[in-house]
Design a protein. Structure first.
Length: 193
């Protein structure tokens, strides 16, 4: 019997919400965060080659990032706190090209999202702080990284920014050109997902 529930995102093809089974008692809880067989049975037979972990404070907005040639599928989750996680479909020819999807991921719910290659990704920290982990299907190549402004007018993401929340981004993320002026193209280089 599998340890996860997989729900296809109805808005954008390829995205999956993933909910692990949580086993709790008076001692605390335990859960599996990944199981190749369960994911393969759900049609997700990717191979992860790297795992990253970040910690950020409230108002930190990371993204929207992607790699042009070494595209990465990502399984993301929050292990402490709460974030608003966002993906943008940048697969040319996709019926949902340029569309975004957002979901709250939290350590309380322990929910995850699987994002296939061909998406830009970012998140906004909603809690005082948050720790975020993500498994990747390809290695990080800094020279290949690109991005889209988090507040791009063409995409129009509805970030849940509360009154008084100060948005904190990196200098690099403030320099991405608008989506409609894009000069990048995703490579058709095959990879693991």
């Amino acid at each position: 019997m599998g340890q996860f529930t997989f729900e296809k995102c109805l808005d954008i093809e390829g995205l999956y919400m993933v909910q692990p089974k949580i086993f709790a008692d008076e001692r605390g809880y335990s859960l599996e965060t990944y199981n190749y067989r369960d994911f393969e049975e759900a049609g997700l037979n990717m191979v992860f080659v790297q795992e990253n972990h970040s910690q950020s404070f409230q108002g930190v907005l990371r993204g929207l990032h992607f790699q042009r040639t070494y595209q990465q599928g990502k399984l993301v989750r929050v292990i402490s706190g709460e974030v608003f996680d966002v993906v943008v479909d940048i697969r040319e020819g996709s019926d949902t090209y340029g569309k975004w999807f957002g979901v709250v991921l939290s350590s309380e719910k322990k929910n995850m999202i699987y994002i296939p290659k061909g998406f830009a990704h970012g998140f906004l920290v909603l809690s005082d702080s948050a720790e975020f982990t993500y498994k990747l299907t390809d290695y990080y190549h800094p020279e290949d990284e690109d991005g889209i402004p988090w507040d791009d007018k063409t995409i129009g993401i509805n970030w849940p920014i509360t009154e008084g929340m100060k948005i904190i981004t990196s200098e690099r993320d403030r320099k991405h050109p608008p989506f409609q002026d894009r000069k990048w193209r995703l490579s058709n280089k095959p990879n693991q997902d």
